[in-house]
Every structure is written in structure tokens, then in C-alpha cells.
Ligand binder design. Structure first.
Ligand SMILES: [Zn+2]
Length: 508
């Protein structure tokens, strides 16, 4: 999330003892028990890439308090969690209370629930919302607590729980490695810099190689994502953009002919790797440091901003768009933030792209889209670059909900899936064609290359095109929901009673 007042205004500082480091194969046994862990003594682990769980307290055989490990060097941020549980007994039931969130407003009130997968069922699914409770808890100084009940049905499985669909640094590296191996002449990857912990800051360029002739003037669209490491949906949107732009889709081919796409898919690789929610290794919210990034403290921003300013200064380059992709923890749908400008013509011009995107993406909300210059947003990418790039450029934050979207034709909210986020990315990419047709850069008449061949895509049929990914997508089976949960009413009743009547004096 980059831009919403309630985001930074709703944090509550924990008065718990500090939680430092992740649990490491931590067996939770009853008080006074000294032997080896027995089957059913759950073993919690978060010592893996993007893992986050700082502490587990045994409350009863059926109930555990879980503490999120705060961002490295910044204890204010405690939202992202991602951990495994093993050594369970078949049909063992448990209630997990996540007790130290730093936020109060949350989509848990709107039906969001944690994700789960297990070794025998590797596809992430959401725990049914009816097994999730979000409430102010008298046991934890009236902090908001999210409790969920769960039944471990297979004792040999390792179960993993996460705040949202993880998307790791290693996953991005593997994805980019595979793209490089395809030797596409319109794709290149370069190293902008190394992070404090020596990870790669990658930038990819997608365009027809003719456009890279130094003598030719080029139009550039610049996209970035994952400055906030816990905002994993941003990576799915970004991958959706890339998958579309490198595809054989006729719109992608036309876009590559005319436009140079520069994409920095992960602006905060260390924060992602470490399982932080908001900050870099050194505890900086990088999206408040675009004004004067430091080469030693914010090397990824420093390198990206230099790259952008170089493009901006070049007389052979027109930087049309800067879009920074985030995820939002309290609002639904996809939407954008833009800037307000004294220049009314510029202000109105920047309202065009969100309208075009709204026409292409049913999950995009113009209602949530707004343009502002709030003082607390100084230092964000969108604000800073809106102030220093050429007046002709458009700078936006693209937000997408951590949870769900509602369309104009439906009264119920649809939870996002990994595929749903990638689809928003594909729709974002195709919207550039509409924009450039409108501005006249690309002919409004169908050129030969975008007239669909028989049996291929029909660009006028948006619905169909939107759901037709290129052939080499990782298509996942749909309607493959798994039933992990406590699914009879009596256990649901038990859960409610336990939450209401647990011993409130037990710990403090
Ligand atoms: Zn963000």
C-alpha cells in the first residue's frame, strides 16, 4: 500500500516484549513437559525465504497465540506472516490467534482469511471466512487479534499458512532466468545494482530491438513493483504484465513495435527475502525515500531513480508513464492514485489512463481511484517523480486489494486468486494500446498485425481476449478447492465458545 491515510494512521505500537527473529523448527509442548516432542506437539517453522513468525505461546492443547516477527530494524510494522506447522495428529484441531498486528483496519472484517496449503495439496486456498474472527482482545491490551480455527486432516503433511499468496525473490529469479533462456530478441535483462545483502535489482526491457537504436526517439513505459515487500499481489500483477507483453498476442506485438517497456519487478529484494511487510533490511520504508535516495542506505531506489532521470534527460526518449504497483490492505478492487497539478490540462490528461483501464478490467474501480498531494505521501515514487519528470509524463500508483474485488454487475465480492492478479496485469498491459491509439501514436485503424487471424484473438471482444492468456502461461485448474477445515457445525460452535470463555487471567 502506498497511499492511504488510514494505512499509516492506524498503526498501534505493541507493548509486548520485543519479538526478534523467526521461530526455527520450534516444538510447542505443554508447560512442564520435558521429553521429546510427541506426535501432536506442533512444530512451527518460519526459517525459510519470506518466512515470518516470531513467537508461539501454548495456551491450551487446542489454542496457540502467534506473534508476527516485526520488520527488520523497524518494529512498527507487523502484518505479513508465513510459516509452517508439522508433527500434527490426524484430525487434530487448533485455534491460532495472531495477536500483535500493527494495524487495526483490516480486510479481515470484510471476509478475508489466511491462506493455507500442504505438502499433498500444494495449491493455496483460503480458509473459510466463517472460521476466522477479528476482534479487539482484552487479553492483549485490546489489540486487534485475528483468530482462526483449523483441522489438520493428514498427519504426514506439512501445512503452510500465509497472509497472502507468497511471491519470493527466488521465484522471480527463476522466472527471469527462464525468460532469458528463451532468447527472445525483444527481451533483455540487466542488473541495475546489488542490494545491501548482495541480491540482484533486475530491470527488464521489452521492445522490438529496432526501437533501441540510439538515433531513434522512443516512447517509454516504466513499471516498478514490490517496493513494499509484503505486498505480494504486486508481483502477480507485474508478472501478468510481462507475460502478456512477451506473448504472441496481437496487441502485445503492436505494443512492442511502438513502445519500450522498462520494468523493475522487485524494488526491495532484501525485504522480500526476509519476510518483511513494509521495510528494507535496514528498516526503511523505501516508498518514503524517493526524494533523496542514498546510495548506501537505499541502493535500489538510488539506481532506479538514476535510471529514470537519465531517460527523462535524454532527448531521444519520451518517458510517458511511471507506474508503481502495490497492494492495499483495507480497500477492495484494483485502483490508482495520481497527482494533482496546477496545470489543469495535465491534471485532466492523467485522468484518462485510469478510465481506459477501467473499461478493460472489471476488477478496476474508478471510485477508489483518486488524485492527491497529501503531505504524508511526500517521498513516494508517484509523488516524487510526478514532481521531477517532464510535464508530459504520467505518474501513478496502481493498487490492488489483498483480498477481493466487486464488479459493477455483482453484489458479492470475489476473492482474488493468483490468476486474478495476473489478469489485472494483462489488462494493464493491453490498456497501453488503447491509450496510444487515442493519442494517435498507434493507428486507430487495425493494422495488419492486429487483425486477428481466424480462430485467434478478436480484439473487439474484450471479455474473450481478457481471459485468453498466451499459450505458455502456467494455467492452473479451476474449481479445485480443497476442504481442509473444521467443517461441521459442532466444532464451529466449540470454537466460538472457546474464544469467548478462554481464561483471561492466564498470562497477564
Ligand atoms: Zn505499498
Amino acid at each position: 500500500m502506498a497511499d492511504k491515510k488510514c494505512d499509516s494512521g492506524s498503526e498501534s505500537d505493541s507493548t509486548e516484549e520485543p519479538v526478534v527473529g523467526n521461530v526455527n523448527k520450534f516444538a510447542v509442548v505443554p508447560p512442564g513437559y520435558n521429553g521429546r516432542p510427541k506426535k501432536g506437539h506442533m512444530i512451527f517453522d518460519a526459517c525459510f525465504e519470506c518466512g515470518n513468525l516470531g513467537r508461539v505461546d501454548y495456551i491450551t492443547e487446542y489454542e496457540y497465540d502467534l506473534f508476527i516477527r516485526p520488520d527488520t530494524c523497524n518494529p512498527r510494522f507487523r502484518v505479513w506472516f508465513n510459516f509452517t506447522v508439522e508433527n500434527v495428529k490426524a484430525d487434530q484441531r487448533a485455534i491460532f490467534n495472531i495477536v500483535n498486528f500493527s494495524k487495526t483496519k483490516s480486510l479481515y472484517r470484510e471476509g478475508m482469511s489466511p491462506l493455507v496449503k500442504s505438502t499433498s495439496r500444494p495449491k493455496w486456498v483460503r480458509i473459510p471466512a466463517k472460521h476466522v474472527y477479528y476482534y479487539r482482545c482484552p487479553d492483549h491490551r485490546k489489540n486487534y487479534v485475528m483468530s482462526f480455527s483449523f483441522c489438520f486432516d493428514k498427519e504426514d503433511d506439512i501445512y503452510q499458512f500465509a497472509y497472502c499468496y507468497p511471491y519470493s525473490y527466488t521465484r522471480l529469479q527463476n522466472y527471469l532466468d527462464n525468460l532469458e533462456k528463451k532468447n527472445m530478441d525483444f527481451f533483455s535483462r540487466e542488473l541495475l545494482c546489488l542490494t545491501v545483502q548482495q541480491r540482484r535489482l533486475d530491470m527488464i526491457t521489452i521492445t522490438n530491438p529496432d526501437n533501441l537504436d540510439p538515433e531513434e526517439t522512443k516512447r517509454v513505459v516504466y513499471l516498478t513493483a514490490r517496493v513494499h515487500p509484503g505486498e505480494t499481489p504486486a508481483s502477480y500483477v507485474c508478472q501478468g504484465v510481462i507475460d502478456f507483453l512477451i506473448s504472441n498476442h496481437p496487441i502485445a506485438k503492436v505494443l512492442r513495435e511502438h513502445i519500450v517497456f522498462k520494468i523493475v519487478p522487485m524494488l526491495n529484494p532484501d525485504g522480500v527475502y526476509l519476510g518483511n511487510y513494509r521495510c528494507s533490511l535496514m528498516g526503511f520504508d523505501l516508498n518514503r525515500h524517493w526524494l533523496e535516495p542514498s546510495p548506501w542506505a537505499h541502493p535500489t531506489l538510488y539506481a532506479t531513480k538514476n535510471n529514470l532521470m537519465e531517460l527523462d534527460r535524454s532527448d531521444k526518449c519520451v518517458l510517458d508513464f511511471f507506474i508503481d504497483i502495490h497492494a492495499h490492505s483495507t480497500l477492495m478492487n484494483g485502483f490508482m492514485y495520481g497527482n494533482t497539478y496546477e496545470d489543469m490540462e495535465r491534471y485532466e490528461r492523467q485522468s484518462v489512463f485510469p478510465k481506459l483501464l477501467c473499461a478493460n478490467a472489471e476488477d478496476f474501480s474508478l471510485n477508489n481511484t483518486n488524485f492527491n498531494r497529501d503531505a504524508v505521501k511526500a517521498g513516494t515514487g508517484r509523488r516524487t517523480l510526478g514532481g521531477c519528470l517532464d510535464d508530459s509524463s504520467h505518474c501513478y500508483t496502481l493498487e490492488v486489494s489483498f483480498f477481493s474485488y466487486q464488479t459493477s454487475s455483482s453484489s458479492t465480492a470475489m476473492p482474488y486468486t493468483e490468476e486474478g492478479y495476473m489478469k489485472l496485469g494483462r489488462n494493464l498491459a493491453r490498456t497501453f494500446l488503447d491509450y496510444y491509439k487515442m493519442t494517435g501514436l498507434i493507428s486507430a485503424k487495425p493494422s495488419s498485425s492486429i487483425v486477428p487471424k481466424p480462430g485467434r484473438y478478436n480484439i473487439r471482444d474484450r471479455e474473450r481476449a481478457n481471459t485468453d492468456p498466451p499459450s505458455d502461461f502456467d494455467e492452473r485448474p479451476r474449481n479445485n478447492r480443497l476442504d481442509y477445515h473444521i467443517n461441521n457445525t459442532s466444532s464451529y460452535g466449540d470454537t466460538s465458545i472457546r474464544l469467548q470463555f478462554r481464561d483471561r487471567e492466564r498470562r497477564y
